[in-house]
Design a protein around this ligand. Structure first.
Ligand code: NAP
Length: 254
């Protein structure tokens, strides 16, 4: 007789979380819930094999209570490298509830010869540097990070977002593109040429799906303002969905 299935929570909102959930869903001894929030929570992401919940838990305490109430046996935090708050809450909640937790953090991009990357601490620092670097910026930092760029005088923006914004971007001169990756380097180069882009602004998100813009910037010889990642949480970490799945197998053997 197989034992009861063990409950696993995947904190999602990324391609890696989707891939991980698909691997775990194939393991009959696991019952997998994927949690989504924010803009990614509105994107259809249901594979029919994992259950899905949407919205915040109410801080670390709310998450700890949620884990206890459902006897969750492990948490896999596969949120975006810039989603620092939920990762901090996951660590605190799992410590409080005594639940093993792993953070899946995709590897950062690394510069290649010819890259002109300028690392900055955050969007404020990027907005400060930007007017000295270019006049037509390709801005791919997410809709929640646009406000500081409103102060950049004389800079026009090509803004790309994965979902339509609730309100127009707060930038005087801009064009908005709503599109989801993956984006090929050749198409990124063509887009940047068409709009006369002379500087790229991006978060150091990592991942293949959005790396094409970096190749394009290199080919065009453009500077890249790169917003640094927040540090990952202490504790066990994996770089890929397969590594995360292997960790879980050690924690919850079949
Ligand atoms: P955040 O600042 O770290 O979290 C803000 C709050 O949103 C958290 O305190 C939590 O609310 C809730 N939350 C975030 N992710 C959640 C999840 N997967 N399940 C349940 N609640 C969650 O997060 P964010 O940067 O706004 O990102 C929101 C979501 O979008 C994340 O799931 C992330 O993976 C995805 N995403 C983010 C980025 C980015 O650049 N930040 C890019 C692509 C995708 P409570 O405190 O109420 O629990």
């Amino acid at each position: 007789m197989p034992g009861p299935r063990r409950r696993v929570l995947v904190l999602g909102g990324t391609g890696e979380a989707r891939a991980l959930a698909a691997v775990l869903a194939a393991r009959p001894h696991l019952e997998v819930t994927v949690s989504l929030a924010g803009r990614t929570g509105r994107v259809a992401d249901d594979d029919g094999r994992t259950s899905r919940r949407v919205g915040g838990f109410g801080g670390a305490e709310g998450l700890a209570a949620w884990l206890r109430a459902r006897a969750v046996a492990a948490v896999l935090d596969a949120t975006h490298p810039f989603a620092a708050r939920i990762s901090a809450h996951a660590r605190a909640a799992c410590a409080a509830a005594g639940v093993p937790r792993l953070q899946l953090v995709r590897p950062p991009w690394t510069p290649a010869p010819g890259d002109r990357w300028i690392e900055v601490a955050d969007a404020d620092a990027a907005a400060h540097r930007l007017p000295g670097l270019g006049r037509r910026a390709f801005l791919t930092v997410g809709l929640g990070t646009l406000a500081p760029f409103a102060a950049c005088e004389g800079v026009w923006f090509l803004v790309r977002a994965a979902t339509p914004p609730p309100a127009p971007p707060p930038l005087p001169g801009h064009r908005l593109l709503v599109a989801r990756g993956p984006f090929a380097a050749a198409a990124e180069e063509a887009l940047m040429r068409t709009h006369g882009i002379d500087v790229l602004v991006t978060k150091a998100s990592g991942g293949a799906a959005t790396a094409g813009k970096l190749t394009a910037a290199r080919r065009l010889g453009l500077p890249v303002l790169m917003l640094r990642r927040p540090p990952p949480e202490p504790g066990p970490r994996a770089a890929t969905p397969d590594e995360a799945a292997a960790w879980l197998e050690g924690v919850l053997p079949p």
